[in-house]
Design a protein around this ligand. Structure first.
Ligand SMILES: [Fe+2]
Ligand SMILES: [Fe+2]
Length: 144
């Protein structure tokens, strides 16, 4: 049995009480587990075939993140959230970092799946806790 990814996913501390955003955050953490399905051993450098599988998963994660960022930014625009420019910068930086990671993989840099998974996971976790959650308090006070 290859090891499966069943590491820390979505937890209650990420909840923002904005159902559409919470659902999207939850689904992102579920999609992350697909990185584990793309390899036989999370801790060994990826083989060429596994690189192709992981790139497919990264594409899916990146597209989903883009959709989520657009949704989140529209909630922020609606109530003139002052933190929007910072959010946009961070969102764009994430997309750029994922594209760079995909290019590194395609150029043959051998890395284990766990490193990719942890990068994606930790970025999302830190972003939700440090930037998205403060927005949820602002939203509660300022939406009609
Ligand atoms: Fe978010
Ligand atoms: Fe965000």
């Amino acid at each position: 049995m290859p090891p499966k990814l069943n590491l820390a996913g979505f937890t209650a501390e990420y909840l923002m009480d904005i159902p559409e955003i919470d659902e999207q955050h939850k689904l992102f953490f579920e999609l992350l587990d697909k990185i584990g399905d793309a390899t036989d051993d999370l801790y060994k450098p990826l083989s060429d075939d596994e690189v192709d599988n992981v790139i497919d998963v990264l594409n899916e994660l990146r597209n989903y993140a883009l959709l989520h960022f657009r949704t989140e930014e529209s909630y922020m625009r609606e109530i003139d959230y002052p933190g929007l420019p910072k959010q946009k910068n961070e969102h764009n930086r994430f997309i750029t970092d994922v594209i760079r990671l995909e290019a590194e993989l395609l150029n043959g840099s051998a890395m284990p799946a766990i490193k990719i998974r942890n990068f994606m996971h930790d970025w999302y976790r830190d972003h939700i806790l440090e930037l998205d959650k403060p927005f949820s308090s602002f939203y509660k006070k300022n939406s009609k």
